[in-house]
Design a protein around this ligand. Structure first.
Ligand code: HEC
Length: 94
């Protein structure tokens, strides 16, 4: 199980470095987001002018720490979908 997670993470990292578009399912990401992530903030902070996140790496790091705060245990696939949703809808890093 652990090695599957590592491989998935590796693929995620490699593809975020080389691919034009992020892998994953934005609609699934939105569903997961709306069910888990609106307890402390809504989506306005992703689009505010002085938003903190300024790169795809920073977005991934924020996603990881917010998932801990949300006490949500996402699989590697779910993290990928969430990242794609946030990037495609709000951040547009790639
Ligand atoms: C326990 C409260 C809490 C939960 C739940 C939470 N967040 Fe956050 N999130 C925060 C705080 C606090 C900040 C920083 C806000 C600030 O500095 O103004 C933040 C900031 C962010 C940012 C950066 C916004 C920017 O300025 O660019 C992103 C992206 C984000 N959260 C995503 C998520 C996602 C995705 C989830 C669900 C997995 C989630 N958050 C759940 C508390 C939370």
């Amino acid at each position: 199980m652990r090695s599957i997670l590592c491989v998935t993470l590796l693929i995620l990292l490699m593809s975020s470095a080389y691919a034009a578009a992020l892998p994953g399912d934005s609609a699934d990401g939105k569903r997961l987001h709306d069910a888990n992530c609106m307890g402390c903030h809504n989506t306005d902070i992703y689009a505010r002018k002085d938003r903190i996140v300024q790169s795809l790496d920073a977005l991934e790091a924020q996603l990881i720490s917010c998932s801990h705060m949300a006490k949500a245990e996402f699989s590697a696939n779910e993290m990928r979908d969430l990242l794609k949703y946030l990037n495609d809808q709000f951040y547009h890093f790639r």
